[in-house]
Design a protein around this ligand. Structure first.
Ligand SMILES: [Mg+2]
Length: 376
């Protein structure tokens, strides 16, 4: 019976038409969260800055019978969320969640979206926890609730900005570990970047995608992409500053490498602005505020014949599992879901890298299990 709510039922009148549908066993009775800090295996450098630690929040939402987990990871330069703002947002969300029926995800998320602007990482944690809870209760994978379009999708594994020598070494290691797609971070030095891609292409047959994280000017981007076209580049992610939408279109028309927007696209409204300007979009749940909004983004992108990539921040296997379930559910073209590989401890288990892609082991909800942290 609850399926009707996944179709976007967010209207109060539904209870007039289906008065018998109130399900007391789905009532949210507990909302808890905890901060989490985990060192990275090595510093992760991109054109926007360098990270050495994972910090985030795990959120737990429970009914009397079952609980679901969600994750919020702050990216101050991308979404504006900080650890402090996530904690404050959760305090605002908690009374809005208590007493609601967990399966009315559209109804609940609209309340959450209306309560405060921005804070998309905190909103994503609520959304993920609800999908996890409902999937666990119904004994079904979230990917199947969302459409079950695919069974598997390759994920890229990222090489951060480092010396060319080290980047080449990592490319060899990752290819040997079974990575079929490498995502190479660039964007700080055009000449070095051209050389970097050439050298990496020399040592691997893996698919190569690149990500400049807004690092280039239009002229630099044209020069770099034209120089590396011959190395068979799958696509280039966000070569230009996020607000240069018309320049993205000029770039797309000037080079032979497909262009994917990342920092330029957070939500469904942003996708509308990019139609005809880029070849595809990178959907991240931390940017969209969760799966519910991401579904709208995917619908618009599909109708506009844009490619869909599902990406991530540095996240635990929980956030990555949510991205993976979403990517499989909607049949995403590309996945970049490697964020958990960088952290030194795994507070969630049940997701592994195998044959070029992530495999989610659990059969219910998001399919991962909480381990060894106090909130479990
Ligand atoms: Mg990116």
């Amino acid at each position: 019976m609850g399926y009707i709510f996944f179709l976007g039922t967010d209207h109060e009148k539904i209870n007039l038409y289906f008065p018998e549908m109130h399900d007391p066993s789905m009532e949210i009775i507990r909302v808890k969260w905890m901060p989490l800090h985990i060192p990275l295996k090595k510093p992760f450098k991109i054109a926007l800055g360098t990270t050495t630690n994972y910090s985030g929040y795990i959120l737990k939402i429970c009914t009397a019978r079952v609980c679901g987990y969600g994750e919020a990871v702050p990216s101050p330069k991308i979404t504006g969320d900080t650890m402090e703002s996530i904690e404050k947002a959760f305090r605002i969300f908690k009374p809005l969640l208590l007493g609601e029926e967990a399966h009315k995800i559209g109804w609940i998320m609209n309340k959450i979206y209306r309560a405060i602007p921005n804070n998309t990482a905190a909103k994503a944690a609520v959304d993920m926890a609800l999908y996890d809870l409902v999937g666990s209760y119904w004994r079904v994978r979230v990917s199947d609730i969302l459409g079950g379009e695919k069974e598997k999708v390759d994920t890229s594994v990222t090489i951060g900005i480092t010396s060319i020598e080290d980047a080449v070494k990592q490319a060899i290691e990752l290819t040997n570990l079974g990575a079929r797609v490498l995502k190479v971070k660039i964007g700080l030095n055009p000449d070095e970047d051209i050389k970097r891609i050439k050298e990496i292409r020399n040592v691997t047959d893996a698919r190569i995608r690149i990500d400049a994280n807004q690092g280039y000017s239009l002229n630099q981007a044209i020069r770099v992409l034209k120089s590396i076209e011959k190395y068979n580049i799958e696509f280039a992610e966000q070569p230009l500053p996020k607000d240069r939408i018309d320049d993205l279109k000029t770039l797309r028309e000037s080079v032979g490498v497909p262009i994917i927007a990342d920092e330029s696209v957070h939500n469904a409204k942003d996708v509308l602005k990019l139609i005809g300007k880029v070849d595809g979009i990178n959907i991240k749940l931390m940017k969209s505020g969760g799966i519910y909004e991401a579904l709208k983004m995917a619908s618009i992108a599909k109708a506009a014949e844009m490619k869909i990539m599902v990406g991530c921040m540095v996240e635990t296997k929980l956030g990555i599992a949510a991205g993976q379930n979403f990517a499989l559910g909607i049949g995403a073209d590309y996945a970049d879901l490697d964020g958990y590989m960088d952290i030194t401890r795994q507070p969630f288990i049940g997701l592994e890298f195998k044959d070029g892609g992530n495999i989610v082991e659990g059969e219910r909800g998001l399919g991962v299990e909480c381990r060894n942290i106090s909130i479990c």
